[in-house]
Design a protein around this ligand. Structure first.
Ligand SMILES: [Zn+2]
Length: 236
């Protein structure tokens, strides 16, 4: 039980803990290299993974509560080394309720060659509404990763950014939506990569991308985002 008097905080810790199993289930992480966080609604706080703990050993009570400057508020373990980047996103994008970071292999391969993933299939039009952009190269240790995420995604439809020669950060209105974006980013990164082995890949017409994005976000997106988290996973 949390010692902080915040209704729903224990449930949020359990949700963020369970979402880490999705990173494994969808093949987005090796060892302990990915993390999920969630904003604590109504508070200047977030829940995030502890650093270096195996996904099998994660439990809700091991989850960290940090403030939006990345300082530890509750928890006995050290927060994820990516906490500063997550905190920067929450400070600068008030609409964001969840952040995910992975080094998922296909998407990270695109980041390694600093190429945006072209919006070449309808699934990308639906979820991303554009190419998946490349963000700047930045080293861990200060706000530069967070600044790169925010400067790339602010005003962009895509909830995913390929941080150059590093990996993927995704955002969402809640943690589950950010995990979904991370799963979809890897899926389309793989598909468009495979397509390029077969021949040239053409971006969809912008008018078609606009139609796909509008329909998906207004018909499917809001319904999906309003569903409560299910511990067994993301719906099909
Ligand atoms: Zn990383």
């Amino acid at each position: 039980m949390s010692s902080l008097d915040i209704p729903g905080l224990d449930a949020l810790k359990a949700e963020v803990c369970a979402l880490h199993a999705e990173l494994l289930r969808w093949g987005l992480v090796a060892w302990t290299s990915g993390n999920v966080s969630a904003r604590v609604p109504g508070h200047e706080l977030m829940v995030i993974k502890p650093s270096g703990v195996s996904y099998d050993d994660l439990t809700p009570d091991k989850m960290i509560v940090a403030d939006l400057d990345g300082n530890l508020v509750e928890g006995t373990l050290s927060p994820s080394s990516d906490t500063a980047a997550h905190a920067y996103v929450y400070r600068n994008m008030p609409e964001v309720g969840g952040v995910v970071h992975t080094h998922s292999p296909y998407a990270t391969a695109w980041s390694a060659v600093a190429q945006p993933i072209p919006c070449a299939i309808t699934a990308m039009g639906d979820e991303f509404g554009d190419d998946i952009p490349v963000g700047p190269f930045a080293l861990i240790g200060d706000d530069s990763i967070g600044q790169g995420i925010v400067s790339t995604l602010k005003g962009h439809r895509s909830p995913a950014v390929l941080m150059r020669q590093h990996g993927v950060f995704t955002i969402g209105k809640n943690a589950k939506a950010a995990v979904k974006a991370a799963v979809m980013c890897e899926d389309v990164a793989r598909t468009v990569h495979l397509a390029r082995q077969l021949g040239p890949v053409a971006r969809l017409d912008q008018a078609d991308i606009d139609k796909l994005y509008d329909r998906y976000q207004n018909v499917y997106g809001q319904q999906a985002a309003q569903q409560p988290i299910e511990p067994q996973g993301v719906e099909a």
